[in-house]
Design a binder for this molecule. Structure first.
Ligand code: CA
Length: 230
């Protein structure tokens, strides 16, 4: 299968050099100088991977990466952030915005190709999360099915996604806005109150099995799925 790389780099000489190098090892490369052009490419033809320069004119690479990873239509495309900054803090920030890997300039061609292959391998591997189980609550991700204490429980797609998000991100507090971003996606406009409605429904379902305390309200901030108890 052809591997298409979307290369976003504003420096023409670096872009050409990288494109040549990557084409030599058999990748198909589309090189663009900025995020605007990259977005156009993304809509035309989804790449297998994005090689993204951190510092770009206009929207920076790190900012675009953050946006992509919040957008359900694109969040699955692996991103390698390329930076001239080798500070640990930058690396952490890069991975924090959802980049799948981070590589520092200058790097050897060999290292770059190895990183790309590793990230592609990781993203192609079936995820080890076909099933999530916590406190007797079992989500089968492939079937979109919920079981609590071995009883199959019906729930709407939204409650399912909400529960799936909570179970894969336990013990962390999320504001209503953040839950909207993660569970509903950025593109839809929904009032924050909607989150409360679905939380209430989810709690009602969990209450049938005495698990409603898992979904906790954090006053003044939002909600948390807690495995520790209040
Ligand atoms: Ca640059």
């Amino acid at each position: 299968m052809d591997i298409k790389i979307l290369l976003v780099e504003d420096e023409p000489s670096i872009r050409d050099m990288l494109a040549m190098l990557l084409e030599q090892v058999g990748f198909i490369v589309q090189g663009v100088p900025d995020v605007q052009m990259a977005e156009r490419c993304l809509k035309d033809n989804a790449p297998s991977i994005i090689l993204l320069d951190w510092m770009l004119p206009g929207i920076s690479g790190v900012e675009w990466c953050r946006r992509l990873k919040r957008d359900k239509s694109y969040s699955d495309i692996p991103v390698i952030l390329v930076s001239a900054r080798s500070e640990e803090e930058d690396k952490v920030r890069g991975l924090d915005v959802g980049a799948d890997d981070y590589i520092c300039k200058p790097f050897s061609p060999k290292e770059l190709v190895a990183r790309i292959r590793a990230v592609l391998r990781r993203s192609a591997a079936p995820e080890n999360t076909e099933r999530i189980e916590q406190k007797g609550i079992v989500l089968s991700l492939d079937e979109h099915r919920l079981k609590i204490d071995d009883t199959v429980v019906a729930l709407s797609p939204t409650e399912y996604r909400l529960l799936e998000f909570f179970m894969t991100h336990p013990d962390k507090v999320y504001s209503r806005g953040q839950l909207l971003d993660h569970v509903w996606g950025r593109s839809t406009y929904i009032e924050e109150r909607t989150v409360d409605v679905h939380i209430r429904r989810l709690r009602k379902i969990l209450a049938r099995f005495q698990r409603e305390e898992l979904v906790q309200t954090v006053r003044g901030f939002g909600y948390r799925f807690s495995l520790q108890g209040e």
